[in-house]
Structure formats: structure tokens, C-alpha cells
Design a protein around this ligand. Structure first.
Ligand code: UD1
Length: 329
């Protein structure tokens, strides 16, 4: 195979599958490696899907060789924050050790470009609720720490080798493919928009607000929600940047403004045309009152302009996907 390929680990998962679709549409040769523990084979709309673990060096070496891979996008990870607190070694094993193993294969094969799914969880609880890339890093759970350790490995490896990387720190991702071919299918979801849409279509009886006494305008937590289509596009922009010789870097992915839990739930009710059964509860441990990205860097460096910076559009696409899941049974 002479044409270079892009390897996507976790390409059968929620965000990975949207990136695979956009890469495929852009004419890239894509190969996905996914162990299908939380991903779905039918979510991979372009290229080959190879079932396997990121930590399986024999398998990874073979893919890097067979497909002539010059770029790796690394999504495969565990992502449930509370689980990372109760079972930290699961997170350090899959998110940190397997990333190290993958990086070793990349180094041995001379992979040039590496794009890494990092998270806003590396910031922990910034004082004013605003996170810039140089805001001090202070993760408060093993999920955030496991991702930060991979950022550090990338920093050191890129300084010592030819590999260049972009780490994308995702804020709160929601929404789905405009044609509802793929979306977030994770069972036992905990993320607000997903859970609220499940309640809207009747999969859940009610939705809980975790904390109504925060020092925010309406007392509920504020987050920076980004549409998965804009986030996927940020990966393609990162790829373009690296291919043009861009230096290794880290960028926030969000919209630079947030919505409260109440605003999100009101939007779900409005788009769905029905009230939700909302129950107010105590704060969830470990939740910052507000977490919003400063996104000046990604906009300037990658010339990235979001197309779906609109809570209604995000909510509508999440709800459409939830309805589709319900039809499928
Ligand atoms: C998510 C990410 C985390 C990232 C953060 C960035 C995952 C698993 N977590 O966490 O990695 O650092 O975004 O901001 O991807 N809420 C309710 N009721 C619910 C669910 C949530 O009131 O049923 C509230 C929460 O208290 C919080 C807000 O909604 O105020 C968002 O919570 P959630 O969707 O769980 O995301 P984060 O905890 O922000």
C-alpha cells in the first residue's frame, strides 16, 4: 500500500466515529483500531475496522506496516469520570499505559503526526471557571490525570524524536452527525445533554439537577458545550496543521461561552415540545461550578471556525439521534 494512511484508535466510539466519517469524506485513507468494548462496528462508515486493543503491540505494528501509517489519531480510552475515581488503575492501564505502548510503536515506525484526545478534566477546578491552555493543570480525578500523563509523554517524546503532536482538550461534547447515521450510543450515560435527551424520549423517568446553589446566575453548573461535528472538524484542522509542518501544540476545544444546567434542560423541553420531570438534588462531588474554554488559540492557529455554536442545534441533533436509537430498539 503506497498511499499513506491515518490510523484512528477508538474510531468506533462516539467522537472517533465522527472523525472517521469526516476523514473519509475528505478522501483520507483511514483504518480504525477498536476493541468494540464501548464502540460499535456499524459506526465506522469509512475504511477498514480492525478489532483489537491499542496496547497490543504486535497488532499495532502490523497495522502501521500494512497500511503505511504516517498519522495516528488516538481516541481509544475509558471516559467515565466517577468510574475513574472508584477504579483508577483501569484508567491508568487503558488511558496511560496503552498510550505509552502505542507511542512506542509509533516511534519505532517513524510515525510523523499524532493527534490526541485530551480533556478539560486536566484543569480540574480553575479559580474563575475559565481555562486557557496555560492555566495551571490540576486534575481532580484519575480520568484527567490519566490523560494529562499522556500529554506529558507526548511532550517528551516529541522533544526527543521526529514525532509532532496536537493534543485537543475537549470540553463538553454533544450532538451527532447531521444525518443521524452515527451518534452517542454509550449505555448508562452520565453526560447532561445525553441524559436529558433520554428523558425527553421516555427512556428515563426523570432528570436530576446536581446542585442549585452554585454561585452562578441561576445556581446551576455552567459548561462549554461543543457540537461533535465542530470538534471532529478541529481534528481535521489539526491534521492539516501538522502536515504543513506545524509545531507540537495543545489546544482547547469549546466555544468560549457556557450554558447552565437549567438553560440546557429548558432547551431540551423547547425542542422536544414537552416538559421534563426535573428533580433538584445536592451537588455531585467533584463538579466545578463553571468550566468554560478560552478558544483564541485554536481559532487563530488552525483557522477553526465553529459551524454549530448554537445550543438549539446541538440539542436538536442529540434529540434526533436519541429518537433514532429508540426506533432501533
Ligand atoms: C465532562 C467530561 C469531562 C470534561 C468536562 C469538561 C466526560 C465523561 N466528562 O464532564 O471529562 O472535563 O466535561 O467540562 O466526558 N448534570 C446534572 N444532571 C445530570 C448530569 C449532569 O445536573 O444528570 C450537571 C453536572 O453537575 C454539571 C453539568 O451538568 O454541572 C455537566 O455535567 P456532565 O455532562 O456530566 O459533564 P462534566 O461533568 O462537565
Amino acid at each position: 500500500m503506497s498511499k499513506k494512511s491515518v490510523l484512528v484508535t477508538g474510531g468506533a466510539g462516539y467522537i472517533g466515529s465522527h472523525v472517521v466519517r469526516q476523514l473519509g469524506e475528505a478522501g483520507e485513507r483511514v483504518v480504525t483500531l477498536d476493541n468494540l468494548s464501548t464502540g460499535f462496528a456499524d459506526a465506522v462508515l469509512y475504511g477498514d475496522l480492525i478489532e483489537g486493543n491499542t496496547g497490543d503491540q504486535e497488532r499495532v505494528n502490523q497495522i502501521l506496516n500494512d497500511y503505511n501509517v504516517d498519522t495516528v489519531l488516538h481516541f481509544a480510552a475509558h471516559t467515565i469520570v466517577p468510574e475513574s475515581v472508584s477504579n483508577p488503575l483501569k484508567y491508568y492501564g487503558n488511558n496511560t499505559c496503552n498510550s505509552r505502548s502505542l507511542l512506542e510503536c509509533c516511534q519505532n515506525h517513524g510515525v510523523k503526526n499524532f493527534i490526541f484526545s485530551s480533556t478539560a478534566a486536566v484543569y480540574g477546578m480553575p479559580k474563575d471557571g475559565l481555562a486557557k491552555e496555560d492555566t495551571p493543570l490540576a486534575p481532580i480525578n484519575a480520568y484527567g490525570t490519566s490523560k494529562l500523563m499522556t500529554e506529558w509523554m507526548l511532550r517528551d517524546l516529541s522533544a526527543a524524536s521526529e514525532l509532532n503532536y496536537v493534543a485537543l482538550r475537549y470540553f463538553n461534547v454533544a450532538g451527532s452527525d447531521p444525518e443521524s447515521r452515527i451518534g452517542q450510543s454509550t449505555p448508562n450515560a452520565t453526560l447532561l445533554i445525553k441524559v436529558a435527551c433520554e428523558a425527553a424520549v421516555g427512556k428515563r423517568e426523570q432528570i436530576y439537577i446536581f446542585g442549585t446553589d452554585y454561585a452562578t446566575p441561576d445556581g446551576t453548573g455552567i459548561r462549554d458545550y461543543i457540537h461533535v461535528e465542530d470538534l471532529a472538524d478541529a481534528h481535521l484542522k489539526a491534521l492539516d496543521y501538522l502536515r504543513k509542518g506545524g509545531e507540537s501544540t495543545i489546544v482547547n476545544c469549546g466555544y468560549s461561552h457556557g450554558y447552565s444546567v437549567r438553560e440546557v434542560l429548558e432547551m431540551v423541553e423547547q425542542v422536544n415540545g414537552k416538559p421534563l420531570k426535573i428533580i433538584e438534588q445536592d451537588r455531585r462531588p467533584g463538579d466545578p461550578p463553571s468550566l468554560v474554554a478560552n478558544t483564541d488559540k485554536i481559532r487563530k492557529l488552525f483557522n477553526w471556525t465553529p459551524r454549530y455554536d448554537d445550543l438549539e442545534a446541538i440539542t436538536r441533533s442529540s434529540l434526533n439521534w436519541e429518537k433514532k436509537l429508540l426506533e432501533r430498539g
